[in-house]
Ligand binder design. Structure first.
Ligand code: NAI
Ligand code: MG
Length: 355
């Protein structure tokens, strides 16, 4: 919307996060100029390097300093020498939890110019969204361990599904399906094997589905659902899943399209009470960091998801169209992971120019 202005918290993080982020901002500036939108960036240098100096991944008041931004754009966090659980629990998880980012959203889309590992699929054949519950379910800290070191050693890990947590993720999926104009939601379940939680999930799915009579529903057990992601990905539009199933599906989906290296994701607080975080799926890539050859598309596409969330759907669609037009142009720059010799900056500039 012309005249709109957004305050963005920019956290490039570690490694190639610092190389791909400037390209996403370049593309945002281009699309902002086109639509009369202004972005103001506040940079936060929180990463594993600051951890080595300060002993913290972010300052004590870090969450408060992020709170007032319209969105958070994140690169990648993690670096050799700092255990991954420190970088995860010290930065990413506190942000997801404090800001109640209960939706993890990932597009699964076959892009032009990318050879998928599945045969005989063309762009347009694979185009759906995975909606993963991001705060509860199987990833709980409920459980225990007893008889440690004895023959009777036992561990318990309990999954927790609240009515509130279940209903709100299901409702988000139905709303998304309506908004996309693809009124069809598939639920990932396993109620034939998991005795309490998954029958409950199915029960709530049916209850929420009744509120959306215009949306067609499917329900697949997670095992056959995985097979269908590979065998018949055309059948999906929006797929909704619990934390664990969604974690698996949200890598399997982009894997099937051959784009896991350029895939984006959103950690979303749909009520917009708190900022949401948008980040590429890939990590800091220590093996190529510093060489200027990382593919910036995951970061740029994440910025497009952010634009959608901010209500700038046209600008978001322009960015995705620019990515597609560059990838389908044989003479456009390609980074080494796409079989070319171009730099991160070359590809970022090409997408910005296409916008
Ligand atoms: P990674 O995604 O950083 O790298 C895996 C492979 O993909 C590497 O060979 C890398 O060169 C390549 N790759 C990744 N992104 C690329 C890009 N944009 N362009 C071209 N090639 C790319 O995963 P890895 O090596 O397992 O993790 C490295 C560090 O990143 C670890 O500390 C890990 O914890 C962290 N990480 C952080 C994530 C996050 O911030 N959400 C997600 C995944 C990993
Ligand atoms: Mg995962």
């Amino acid at each position: 919307r012309t005249g709109q202005s957004y305050e963005l918290a920019i956290l490039p993080g570690d490694g190639i996060g610092n190389e791909v982020m400037p390209e996403a901002l370049r593309v945002l500036d281009a699309v902002g100029a086109k639509h009369g939108i202004r972005f103001r960036y506040r940079n936060f240098d929180w990463n594993c390097e600051t951890y080595k100096i300060t002993g913290r991944m972010m300052p004590e008041d870090g969450l408060d300093r992020l709170r007032d931004h319209d969105s958070i754009l994140l690169g990648a966090v993690g670096w050799p020498g700092v255990p991954d659980h420190i970088s995860l629990w010290g930065l990413l998880l506190p942000i997801r939890r404090a800001f109640d980012q209960y939706v993890n959203l990932r597009p699964v889309r076959l892009l032009p110019g990318v050879t998928p590992p599945v045969r005989d699929k063309a762009p347009g054949d694979i185009d759906f969204w995975v909606v993963r519950e991001n705060t509860e379910g199987e990833y709980s800290q409920l459980g225990g361990r007893q008889g440690e070191g004895t023959e009777n050693e036992m561990v318990l890990q309990t999954a927790a599904f609240t009515r509130r947590g279940t209903d709100r993720i299901l409702r988000y999926a139905f709303e998304l399906a309506r908004r996309l104009g693809k009124p069809h939601v598939t639920s990932a379940t396993k109620s034939n094997g998991i005795y309490y939680s998954m029958p409950y999930w199915d029960e709530r799915f049916a209850a929420i589905a009744a509120e959306y009579p215009d949306v067609r529903v499917d329900q697949d057990h997670i095992d056959i659902l995985c097979a269908r992601f590979v065998m018949s990905p055309e059948r999906f539009d929006v797929v909704v899943a619990s934390n664990l199933f969604g974690d698996i599906l949200s890598d399997l989906g982009p894997g099937v399209t051959g784009t896991i290296g350029v895939a984006p994701s959103g950690n979303i607080n749909p009520e917009r009470v708190h900022p949401s975080t948008f980040e590429p799926v890939h990590g800091s890539a220590p093996d190529i960091a510093g060489k200027g050859i990382a593919n910036p598309i995951g970061q740029i596409w994440s910025a497009a998801l952010m634009l959608d969330h901010l209500g700038e759907a046209e600008a978001g669609a322009d960015v995705v169209a620019a990515i597609e037009s560059v990838l389908s142009d044989d003479s456009a720059p390609r980074t080494p992971d796409l079989g070319g010799t171009a730099s991160t900056e070359d590809l970022g500039k090409a997408v910005a120019a296409a916008v």
